[in-house]
Write a new protein. Sequence first.
Length: 200
Amino acid sequence: MTTVSSLRQTPSAPAVVGYVRTAAGQSPVPQINTLMRADVAEEDIYIERTNGHKTAWPERDLLLPRLRSGDTITVSRLDRLFYSVQNLIIVGTDLRNRGIRLHAVEQNIDNDTLEGRDFFGMMSVFATLHHEFVLAATNDGLAAARARGKTGGRPPRLTTEQIEQAQQLYESGIPVRKIARTFKAAPATIYRYITLKAVK
């Protein structure tokens, strides 16, 4: 199987790589065939076999930083490479800013085309609106709690709803310290809840 360490054997040439992600018990063959039909060489396809963890994709996390300007990463669909809309926006924008082409074959999305750039621009607008909605709802909830006299003393444990909101804010790219201030909690507390949620 292709390993990420083999990516830079010819550092002067732009790389065209494929990324496949499968869950336990699933065959990677359909995705591999899709990428090969899109002119990705079989030896340049990287396979991630996940174990149920939503965001624990170590092969992806090793591969993406090694890509350079001019490289291309090809996937069958965007959900193979990104675990949420927020993650798509953050990582997809980073790839584009670094000059890396992203091609989702089945959805015909390519950030190297005008249509692809428009797609990511539109998604960025929606992501910004989503951030604002989540933050506004969180602040409204905190204000309502303060109106009921729930102020002062040691901050209570986060509710299930607050944990979901904290996770959404974190996936949207908002720093943990800012999230912690929003919920009047220590950054370590936010990290703990996010980590626990990620491994469930």
